[in-house]
Design a protein around this ligand. Sequence first.
Ligand code: NAD
Ligand code: WQD
Length: 368
Amino acid sequence: MTVGSSSVLVAGGTGYIGSFTTLALLEAGYKVVIIDSLYNSNEEVLNRIELLSGKRPLFYKGDITDEAALDKVFSENPDIDNVIHFAALKAVGESAEIPLEYYRVNVEGSIKLMRSMKKHNVTNIVFSSSATVYGDATRVPNMIPIPEHCPIGPTNTYGRTKSTVEAIITDFIEAERNNAAKKGEDGSKWNGALLRYFNPAGAHPSGIMGENPLGVPYNLLPLLAQVAVGKREKLMVFGDDYKSKDGTAIRDYIHVLDLAKGHLVALNYLRENAPGVKAWNLGSGRGSTVFDMIKAFSTSVGRDLPYQVVARRQGDVLDLTANPSLANKELQWKTELTLEDACEDLWRWTKNNPEGYLQQPPKEFVDK
Ligand code: NAD
Ligand code: WQD
């Protein structure tokens, strides 16, 4: 794949997955422009990306719900020919409390992004979807591990914003292809990837880049990390009465470095194969229970971490394990790192940066 002078707009590029994908893109030779409102991230991550890659993405502080801001970024950077779209609100519980805000940012923001892409003739979009679009896959026989053809059926507002945007991208790309054909033009330059991630985890092995959620985390591993550094007394385990080997729920944890690579190969696939819109699962295919994760992270930390079993969390499902064979085959991508790697890397990041990006990177990096 020749990258040439190709440039990628990464919307939400200072966030957790966006920052790792930016690093992967820069390392692969792409130029990167980021737009991010910093709603859930910190500009310090740009320094960390530069420390690791020797390159700095161009950064615009801006909101994807502001179409004029998007137009400005595209106008000032005419070499952008691809978009990777991470910018969203992502807390499942909160989405039930303020659904209109979730639809405004996640759906309306995505529409504005696509409208601005169209105006500036930017024709490839890679979208952060989520395994949450499948909902409870056990409702359909033989759908665990979950393949892409599993019927979608999100069980929460956040998940419905994701499945809605998937549908909008699908309609948008198809329409642009048809519009081009009607004019006798080649519409195959319009392409979209819907990447359904399972449970992202881990940090950079250097220990200087990782997840830095502002506010209270709600995902399992960041919560366990808080227990390990004493910010939280114990982990609450949401239910031990599921039909799994130990009664706790099963998820497919994927190292964020593998996930970032998944974006790179999906973008390259769109550019090389012009497939229209395709959905791919990005997961490992390995299911782990909550107790497996407590054990794995405790091993990295070097001591047992306290927990207490409480009632199930509303909306949780038994099993979200990916069948990643489509991405394995078509993208020639598979996870290379394990959840044990993710635990090791998360612990290194947490130990080095208990306050996340609010503190300076370790001296040995600055002095390099
Ligand atoms: P994150 O919150 O770390 O990153 C999202 C970024 O988008 C943040 O930097 C935030 O400041 C920015 N942002 C939010 N609203 C914005 C707006 N209106 N305009 C511009 N920027 C805005 O989250 P993440 O974990 O990196 O997730 C990235 C994407 O992947 C999201 O779309 C999320 O829904 C999706 N996803 C995440 C997970 C997960 O568990 N982390 C799983 C599946 C899918
Ligand atoms: C993992 C497991 C919990 C916290 C969510 C979103 C999904 C995606 C990833 C964005 C579950 C259990 C958790 C705790 C626990 N995000 N748990 N105690 O719910 O699989 O997925 O994040 O797209 O859309 O729904 O991830 O990390 O919250 O939970 O026992 O304090 O850990 O019940 O089984 P989840 P999670």
